[in-house]
Write a protein that binds this ligand. Structure first.
Ligand SMILES: [Zn+2]
Length: 153
């Protein structure tokens, strides 16, 4: 009687548990071999064609490098030469003629979806300052060979 009882020892579960844990480890390793599932970080949208913007003054579509971005801050038109300010922006040639055109047509408010009276002085001042520093209005002091050609008149 006693001998029969010993045939089934209660510690039989021990080796099988070890085996199971080994299997588990193998399975785990298999799971690690799928790094492709890692989500690819959403990068910046890749644009192949050069970005083009419309000048709100002359309505010409030109490369972004040719126009100045500006946004509204409160009711103020704020130049954004580095294109970093948040919010809706519009673009304008660094040209008083384009500025005057845009102002006359109220294109600033329309482009920026702004209803009300805009303070255009900061933008006008910026254009004046840039033009003065470039010396395009007869100054000629700038050593930078900024080619103003290529812009059709
Ligand atoms: Zn323009």
């Amino acid at each position: 009687m006693a001998g029969i009882a010993r045939i089934t020892p209660p510690n039989q579960a021990a080796p099988s548990r070890a085996l199971r844990s080994r299997l588990h480890r193998v399975g785990h390793r298999e799971g690690e071999t799928s790094p492709l599932k890692r989500p690819v970080r959403a990068a910046l949208p890749v644009r192949t064609d050069p970005p083009v913007r419309t000048c709100v003054g002359c309505r010409r579509r030109v490369s972004v490098s040719e126009v100045l971005r500006f946004v509204t801050v409160g009711s103020e038109l704020r130049p954004d030469p580095r294109r970093r300010l948040p919010g809706r922006g519009a673009h304008l040639h660094l040209d008083p003629a384009c500025f005057a055109l845009a102002e006359r047509r109220r294109a600033f408010g329309r482009a920026l979806r702004f209803t009300g009276v805009l303070d255009t002085a900061p933008l006008a001042e910026h254009i004046r300052a840039v033009i003065a520093s470039h010396g395009t209005t007869g100054g000629g002091a700038s050593p930078r060979p900024d080619q103003q050609g290529g812009r059709p008149t």
